[in-house]
Ligand binder design. Structure first.
Ligand code: GGG
Length: 351
């Protein structure tokens, strides 16, 4: 069996972490009797600065036939972030209908949380972030530029199809896990879109009578991700809220460098995409000390999505084992002084 993976390393530390992670996917593939053919697409801000576009016009067509995509990071200090995000990452998520974003936030054994009293195993949250609409909808505009009545409109869009899909995916996961689902909205202030969202959660909940649903406003949820993260299990929320909550989830579980994510096309008509939650981190770009583990864990989620469960588990377990080992190399975000390469090489030995 051979899989055809597209690599889009992107900007900043993206190439460093993708180049560290990909050989580990190859290693685990070899050990489990399958091959990975990887095609690298050097798209990103350097290309934008050179040629005026983050990716070619037919970029999605080129990615379409791959089995999955592994992406690094997007963003560059010389170009506004809305240009880079809307030029590469968001067109892939939207163009490939990757409407289900799964983001685990796990406090691994051996990793220190900044929260006092928390130890490995105490936090295990799985956030389901709606990924192609909501507050990220490209609906709006600006009028009367430069005049006193200049106006900007940015509309959030919630479709029944999109909302039902993410909510149902979260209920399914809650059924398989602890039976507890937290629905995060801001329906006190956003009485149209977010009350609609709550109504859909209520409707879908009738199909899952064994799942207990907790409702939280996003301000309270943000506090509680810090105050009582151990009480969360599966969380479902809109696009923007998911983006923010998963940064909080990453930092209370030790580092942005440990947070993986999966952008899934539930229809399986297009490749799904896997990426670390972190961005391009230009402050450490070129220093060789970026933590590759979020990308390695994203690679594990990629293999799982290809139904290579044993290989996915082996890769995930190697990361968990390394983190639990006091003598293993650690990058500076985890309090160590090791390089990306040292962490990857240690993982290779473990595999
Ligand atoms: N790892 C991909 C990346 O660079 N993410 C940075 C970012 O700002 N993403 C926005 C989002 O996930 O909505």
């Amino acid at each position: 069996m051979s899989y055809d993976i597209a690599l889009v390393p992107g900007d900043g530390i993206g190439p460093t972490v993708v180049d560290a992670a990909m050989p580990l996917l190859d290693t685990v593939a070899d050990a489990h009797g399958f091959d990975i053919e990887a095609t690298r697409y050097d798209w990103g801000t350097e290309r934008y600065l050179d040629r005026g576009a983050m990716m070619p016009d037919d970029g999605l067509d080129r990615l379409a036939d791959h089995d999955a995509i592994l992406l690094g990071a997007v963003g560059h200090p010389d170009v506004p972030d809305h240009v880079t995000l809307n030029g590469l990452l968001l067109p892939i998520r939207k163009g490939f209908d990757q409407s289900i974003c799964k983001r685990p936030a796990i406090l691994f054994e051996g990793v220190d949380s900044p929260l006092e009293g928390y130890e490995g195993g105490d936090i295990d949250i799985l956030v389901f972030r709606e990924n192609t609409e909501g507050e990220y909808a490209d609906v709006g505009g600006r009028e009367h530029a430069g005049f006193p009545n200049e106006v900007a409109v940015q509309s959030a869009v919630y479709t029944r199809r999109g909302t039902e899909r993410i909510v149902r995916a979260a209920f399914e996961a809650a059924t398989e896990r602890s039976g507890h689902l937290t629905n995060v909205t801001k329906s006190n202030a956003q009485a149209h879109g977010m009350v609609f969202w709550d109504d859909i959660v209520d409707e879908v909940s009738e199909e899952y009578p064994d799942v207990e649903v907790e409702r939280l406003l996003v301000d309270a949820a943000s506090m509680d991700f810090i105050r009582r993260p151990h009480e969360f299990d599966v969380v479902v929320c809109s696009n923007l809220f998911g983006d923010i909550l998963t940064d909080i989830g990453a930092i209370v579980t030790g580092s942005m460098g440990l947070a993986p994510s999966a952008n899934i096309d539930p229809g399986n008509d297009h490749p799904s995409m896997f990426e670390p939650v972190h961005g391009s981190a230009f402050d450490i770009t070129g220093e060789g000390v970026a933590n590759p583990l979020a990308t390695v864990l994203s690679g594990s989620m990629l293999l799982d999505n290809l139904d290579e469960e044993a290989a996915a588990t082996a890769l995930w377990d190697a990361v968990a084992e390394q983190l639990a080992d006091d003598d293993a190399p650690r990058t500076p975000d985890l309090g160590g002084s090791s390089t990306t390469e040292a962490v990857a090489s240690d993982l290779r030995d473990r595999l």
